[in-house]
Every structure is written in C-alpha cells, then in structure tokens.
Design a protein around this ligand. Structure first.
Ligand code: GTP
Ligand code: MG
Length: 201
C-alpha cells in the first residue's frame, strides 16, 4: 500500500472524544520506549509525524493520525514506565482499557515488543489480557537492527513458547526496524488486507 498522505489530527485523553467519522483505525501500543512513535514515522515515511524520544513516557495521549484520508493510525502512551506515578499509571490503565474495549472502529491493535529482550512479564500480561477480552492484536517486534539474527530467532521463539502456554494459536507476527525500515512493506500490506476485508464486510 502506498502512503499518499499522513497528517496529525487530534490528541485526546478519553476515547469518547476520539474522531466519530467512522474511519477504520489501527492502534500502536507497547512498553514505553519500545518504538511505537518511531514505527509510525517509518511506516508513513514522515520522520517527524509522531514525536519520538529516548526518554520513556513521551507519548501521553491518544493521538490520531489520518492516513490517505481514509483510515487512522493511533499512537498510544506506553505501559510499564517505571517513573510514572501510581496515579498516572491508574489513569493510563483506565483510559487505555476503555479505548481498547469500546472503540468500535478499531480494527487491530499492534502490540510492539522489543526484540532484544527475553519475554517480559508485562508484555505477556498485556497480550493475555487482550486475548481474554477478544481484542484482536498483532505482534510487531521492534529494534531488530540492534541484535544478531540468531539472538532475534531465540527471543521470538521464547515469546511464542510463552504465549502458546495460554493460547492454541499465535497472533500474526511482524519483525521490524524503524532504523533499517525492515517490515515496512509487510505491515502496510497487512493493514491493506484488513482494510479491504473491512470495506467488503
Ligand atoms: P513512548 O512514547 O515514550 O512510550 O515511546 P515510544 O514507544 O513511542 O518510543 P519512540 O518511538 O519514541 O522510540 C524510543 C527510542 O528508541 C528512540 O530513541 C528511538 O530512536 C529508538 N528506536 C525506536 N525504534 C528503533 C529501531 O527500530 N531501531 C533503533 N536502533 N532504535 C529505535
Ligand atoms: Mg511514543
């Protein structure tokens, strides 16, 4: 799929105020600093579209980006930011879970996982929560430019093994790098397939 246009639309603290024009959307979520905003910039080919930072906790709101005037990419704040206060963690949980549970136009959530790390409890808990609630999600491994292919295979296998302890099937999985642009075509083609199926339904 070609990206013909990509622009920031609006930031919100509650799903209730998110755009109501029925355009389908795809959300990006994952641990703070995993590379959500960088991936959005890589996919859209616009380096400064979503704000990135080496300091975790940069994205604080539900951010809608309009793509090809047809669908939305949604940048969400990360979870697991150690320095966040208990109060801000609780408010994060409420507004993110409400968004994920009630946003009717959300077609798929991309759960980003840092490919450099062995399975993290917080990521497994989040994916198991999505699975339990019937929220469709797709795994996207990030920062794969930072490790060898053997280490990558080892970490991917370890995550799959953990997930298969709870579930019979694995969700779709993509391997990406915002740095090398690995996975760009595959993720965009996948988005396109979902959009085509959505339009036909
Ligand atoms: P929060 O908004 O704070 O939750 O973070 P985020 O998940 O949006 O992460 P962000 O895109 O801001 O990236 C965090 C840091 O990781 C930045 O310094 C990025 O340059 C770096 N980074 C992100 N993706 C990649 C990647 O694929 N490869 C490499 N080498 N660095 C990356
Ligand atoms: Mg961000």
């Amino acid at each position: 799929m070609d990206i013909l246009s990509a622009s920031f639309l609006i930031s919100n603290t509650t799903f209730k105020k998110c755009p109501q024009d029925e355009k389908p959307e795809f959300a990006f979520i994952g641990r703070s600093n995993v590379g959500k905003s960088s991936l959005i910039n890589m996919l859209t080919g616009k380096k400064k579209l979503a704000k990135t930072s080496s300091t975790p906790g940069k994205t604080q709101l539900i951010n809608h980006f309009e793509i090809n005037k047809e669908w939305y990419l949604v940048d969400l704040p990360g979870y697991g930011y150690a320095k966040a206060s208990k109060k801000s963690r609780q408010s994060w949980e409420i507004f993110i879970t409400e968004y994920l549970l009630h946003r009717e136009t959300l077609l798929t959530t991309f759960v980003l996982i840092d490919a450099r790390l062995p399975p993290q409890k917080i990521d497994l808990e989040f994916m198991n929560w999505c699975g339990g609630k019937g929220i469709p999600f797709t795994i996207v491994y990030t920062k794969t430019d930072k490790l060898s292919s053997s280490a990558l295979q080892r970490n991917l296998k370890a995550y799959s093994k953990e997930l298969l302890k709870y579930w019979d099937e694995l969700p779709p999985i993509f391997v990406t790098s915002a740095e090398s642009k690995l996975g760009r075509e595959s993720v965009l083609n996948y988005v396109n397939e979902i959009l085509v199926a959505f339009k036909a339904s």
